[in-house]
Design a protein around this ligand. Sequence first.
Ligand code: SRM
Ligand code: SF4
Length: 573
Amino acid sequence: MSDTPARAKNELIKEASHLLRGGIAAGLNDVATGALAEDDTVLLKFHGSYMQDDRDIRAERSKKKLEKAFSFMIRLRIPGGLVSPKQWIALDDIATTFANGTLRMTTRETFQYHGVIKSNLKRTMQAIHAACLDTLAACGDVNRNVMSTANPYLSPAHRDAYELAKALSDTLLPKTGAYHEIWLDGDKVADTSGAAKPEDEPMYGPLYLPRKFKIVVAVPPDNDVDIFAHCLGYIAIVEAGKVVGYNVTVGGGMGMTHGELDTFPRTADVLGFCRPELALKTGEAVLTTQRDWGNRAVRKRARLKYTVEDRGVDAFRAEVERRVGCTFEPARAYKFARTGDQLGWRQSADKKWHLTAFVENGRLKDRPGCTARAAVREIAELGVCEFVVTANQNLMFVNVAAKAKPKIDAALKAHGLAVNASSGLRRNAMSCVALPTCGLALAEAERYLPGLITEIENLLEAAGLRDEDIVIRMTGCPNGCARPYLAEIGFVGRGPGLYNLYLGAAFDGSRLSKLYAQDVGHDKILRLLAPIIARYAKERTEGERFGDFTIRTGYVKATTAGNQFHNDVVLAK
Ligand code: SRM
Ligand code: SF4
């Protein structure tokens, strides 16, 4: 018997796929079902789409012996989250024509559409292409959408960060012709036997990566991209207004599985400092090291964070240095202040204005009293700004001339879209999508968090803390899509109406939280938080953040590293 562990099923699907083609094209033409074949749904992710079903009506349809209400989520690739007004109008049109009438801004600076039916999938992809955008590699075992600190127009350093994000995204894009072939009726790259040419995927190879791969670029003091949560990060070191290089981080990640202690969220390690001219090569070296070293047998342990954890950061650094052909300099000093966005207008040195507006959980839709989607559409039609989706699910209107500011303010006001949130807690809140579309959700998130916050706001109001910035995040399962383990108050779904409550993460995104209470429902959440909030109001030291306070006063122990996440847990009664 061989000692080599069996490869994960997804590895076999990738291998047999002819560079991500599989049977997707044929499946799209099968009108007998609203679904695609299971193996093809694995491949579809690399093209930026997930097959889902409406979980609200799953039981009812099953009772009636009907096929699940299948539809598709489509995620775009928009490095740095920057979109032109013309593109915005096209994206807005697509939401009406093909999706469920909403644009969902994600925690990775891009958009998702929900509810696209199979017969519209190809047309939607073509409409996205017509807007000079694409969805390639937005999901799947490849480098995903690359984030940078929001707003390339804020300073030359922000522009550099954005350009690096864009260059990384372009350089690390799969080279297969499958995307063009399937969605855009491009020329077939495969030969007549169906076999793809081996040179089609020079960097990834036919198996792509063992798992998803995520990159961000941050410009201190803003850590809006949550740099320590990602596989690879670049912290811009800015001197006299210029980026002189980057501290490179590796091995961050959020996902874990309840009850499996060898899975855990992990904050990234700083590898060292690299000059700007080596940044791209470093990205490629980190990616290919993970390609060659990552775990292809057990998907739950296949992320780069486990490769770094298991091999050790020194061995990982040495391998990356070998591949780049350099030795990293010691990391330079940097300081992050916050992970959230600063809402409202800001001016850059070039006298241009930039507005960050709060969008609850990133869902842009029209509802009575707040026609948010129509507001942004109207502003796009004015053509006076560009748009940036932030890593906190908010929206920026950037590069605005002073004389256009009142027009934007007026449109937002007319449509009832408030720029700020009702409290410091809400403006620092994020939740993942969860039900009804996410197939992995164990509990509500996007549909539940706003109401829960309203009740916590009452506690804050009573304590005189309504405007206090406190980071709160919720996800419907432990995969961590809203980065809940880096929130000062984090909720992670366990089952319908039940959450694990985590406390003690750092406000600047540098320290993970710790489990404080398990399987708590609505009333217990409020009962547990009430005394902590009241005490925080009375006993906090000057400038002390909520997360730090919960550690100092003994509610939870500090989590010093990912592999300590499950240790020292004392559950609240
Ligand atoms: Fe995520 C899977 C939504 C950011 C960790 N994520 C999913 C899927 C596709 C569910 C699935 O596999 O069937 C969710 C689709 C829900 C839906 O109905 O739309 C989903 N993830 C999201 C989004 C939309 C959350 C949001 O509300 O904004 C974010 C889209 C990002 C993007 O535009 O690319 C999103 N996901 C994240 C993040 C945060 C980040 O990247 O900054 C994480 C944690 C960071 C990390 O990767 O470690 C994250 N998503 C996961 C995982 C766990 C991965 C792991 O290492 O274990 C899964 C499950 C998986 O991959 O097996 C997952
Ligand atoms: Fe779905 Fe879980 Fe991600 Fe939420 S955290 S979107 S429930 S996979």
